[in-house]
Design a protein around this ligand. Sequence first.
Ligand SMILES: Cc1ncc(COP(=O)(O)O)c(C=O)c1O
Length: 425
Amino acid sequence: MPPTLSQIGNQMSALTGVRAIMKDIIETLRANPDESFINLSAGNPVILPEVEQLWRDCTTQLLASPDYGEVVCRYGTSQGYQPLVDAIQKDFNQRYGLNLTDRQILITPGSQALYFLAANAFGGATETGRLKKIVLPLSPDYTGYGGICLTPEALKAYQPTLEIDETAHRFKYRPDFEQLHFDETTGCIIFSRPCNPTGNVLSKAEVKQIADLAAPFNIPVLIDSAYGPPYPSLNYTDIAPILGNNIVHCMSLSKAGLPGERVGIAIGDERIIQILEAFQTNVCIHSGRYGQAIAAQAIQSGALAEISVQVIRPYYQAKLALLQSTLDQHMPSTLPWFLHLGEGAIFAWLWLKELPISDWQLYQQLKRVGVIVVPGHSFFPGLSQDWPHKHQCLRISLTATDEEITIAMQRLVPVIEEVYRSNNA
Ligand SMILES: Cc1ncc(COP(=O)(O)O)c(C=O)c1O
């Protein structure tokens, strides 16, 4: 007999969002070992040889260094391994002309953990029983936000407005400032920039507007920069980190080749950082120090920022260009298909307006031609309203080879054509 679970136990042990779909994908791959699927569902970054070599070199240096014992044989502070904190402080101050102190930086075991800490420190029931919301100002957004709240009803997302270029078959989500509302019941705000799954990048003016609306209520604004500069720099438009009194700039080294080591970084007001640090002490004491130590070297030397711009960004940007040109070439211009503007991250986001079947059904049909993508509906955590758009999108990963991307797009086009055609027949 399995043990009886608490309410939180039930909730946290359930598979949420895209993880539930990943289970279906793994089962499909296992059940059909002889079929060769092109899997465009992956969020796992590609192992790029130059990036792997960087981490190998940093490891060799660490092994040879007198600090090795101190790094792996001892506990450290919850704030993070000091040489890493110092390296980030120095790098950000030099690169962006800032005046950060080392107390404004926190290292977490991956950035997913950081959002868990923030969501539950600032969101949920207050001492007086009032519900503080965790607001996602623009939906769709990162599916992982769906599982971070111990009080799930606290998560609230806002439907965006759409800017559509009918001729180019492109579109872009914008925050709907007419609807967006923060007040004393808002606990914190989170959004990814660049965005997983859409590749959207909120403009500096939009970010400032959100931060300004939140400031009078002292609401922390967490800008999830898992794909942003200076590492991994998976931005294809020119952006820089935005800092401010109520902004927490959040980073991850996962897309810079270190997902296995779990390194997340928060930079913000010391008072906010201290809350997150204390929460982290209670949850897990601190993040692993081996990953932090090699990250410290890669940041100190400038190699990580350099490889991000020289290797990581061009790799995914070229994949995106290939996917865009293949669809432009093969998709009939008469069909209402729209790719989100690719401003960053490692995915393409395809919207099929007035799709006659659901995204889940389309995902099943694509599996039959050997192509696996992610149906889009799981990228709307916290958006309770019934919006048909939620079932009209697909996330396509850019982690496949050029050949796979080309073939997959060529297979996808006739399936989509047939779906629209059979509905009009
Ligand atoms: C937008 C975004 N935020 C956060 C994460 C979590 O990253 P990690 O916990 O590996 O730092 C991911 C992972 O894919 C992501 O895409």
